[in-house]
Design a protein around this ligand. Structure first.
Ligand SMILES: NC(=O)c1ccc[n+]([C@@H]2O[C@H](COP(=O)([O-])OP(=O)(O)OC[C@H]3O[C@@H](n4cnc5c(N)ncnc54)[C@H](O)[C@@H]3O)[C@@H](O)[C@H]2O)c1
Length: 269
């Protein structure tokens, strides 16, 4: 990764932060982006202390002009972008019947349109570098998950978008990776939106019993180095993707019953 410039969206916590360390410790220059300047600065300081060359830029990925500026500032600073990691994301937890559509719009704007903006504006530079475009998707991008219909939709959209882009770029030397973590300990469940768009502020799962963000980032780093097409993480995630392909009706019941056991689940057991 020496001499590579890696742009990571949503890097002030969780998997994005861990990716900044993973790529940075391999010698890459990392450009980290997030909405909150304070949180971003704190991560930037930690990265610098670890000897990593870092630039922190604030941007809301759901705002096209912000993302355009983010790409321009990165190129002005370093002259290129080798790897773009579309990581910024938000979830929601509410039954569709209760959910204000604007909540689903917000999830789509961040998870999907954020990926569209960053990929579109970074693409000329990634093509020059014959670099990599990475989407941090989810198992929810292969198997629709109840109580997260908008989140699943945004990750299905991301998967389809990146598959199409990968095919468009087949003869250009650009690598496109769809990375689908399973449950990973992070902020994602705390910041998940409720039916009215407020952060839940709590998790409904045992965060201590999950893959860590650092383990997840190591798998993604390896997949980028090996220019893999797709990465599906955790045994549970792999089984879910496999069974859903061949036994989707059985999976409706299995997924329902599993997620009905989550604390405060609105699904009836
Ligand atoms: N943790 C999991 O269980 C899990 C599983 C599968 C996929 N993912 C995906 O991994 C990615 C990272 O999530 P995480 O688990 O590290 O959670 P996280 O909440 O710790 O990280 C998400 C990051 O995105 C940032 N972000 C949110 N909205 C943004 C916006 N509009 N503009 C810029 N930044 C924004 C947040 O501030 C945060 O830093 C997400 O795309 C998520 O969907 C997570």
């Amino acid at each position: 990764m020496k001499d590579k410039v890696v742009l990571i969206t949503g890097a002030s916590s969780g998997i994005g932060r861990a990716l900044a360390f993973a790529f940075g410790l391999e010698g890459a220059t990392v450009v980290i982006c997030g909405r909150k300047a304070d949180a971003l600065q704190a991560v930037s300081n930690e990265l610098r202390q670890a000897g990593i060359h870092v630039l922190a830029l604030t941007a809301d990925v759901s705002v096209e002009a912000n993302v355009k500026t983010l790409i321009e500032q990165t190129v002005t600073s370093f002259g290129k972008i080798d790897i773009l990691i579309n990581n910024a994301g938000v979830s929601h937890r509410s039954m569709l019947i209760d959910t204000e559509p604007v909540v689903i719009q917000k999830v789509m704007d961040i998870n999907f349109m954020g990926t569209v903006y960053a990929t579109r504006y970074a693409l000329p530079y990634i093509q020059l570098a014959k670099g990599s475009i990475v989407g941090i998707s989810s198992i929810a991008g292969y198997r629709g998950l109840p109580v997260r219909s908008g989140y699943s939709a945004s990750k299905f959209a991301m998967n389809g978008f990146l598959e199409a882009v990968r095919t468009e770029l087949l003869h250009t030397g650009v690598h496109v990776l769809t990375a689908c973590p399973g449950f990973t300990a992070s902020n994602i469940r705390f910041s998940a939106l409720d039916a009215h768009g407020q952060a839940k502020g709590e998790t409904m799962r045992d965060e201590g019993n999950m893959m860590t963000a650092e383990e997840c980032a190591d798998h993604i780093l390896k997949a980028v180095k090996n220019r893999k097409r797709e990465l599906v993480l955790t045994t549970q995630g792999k089984i879910t993707v496999f069974l859903n392909k061949w036994l989707p009706t059985l999976m409706d019941k299995l997924v329902y019953n599993t997620l009905a056991k989550e604390k405060d689940s609105p699904l009836k057991q």
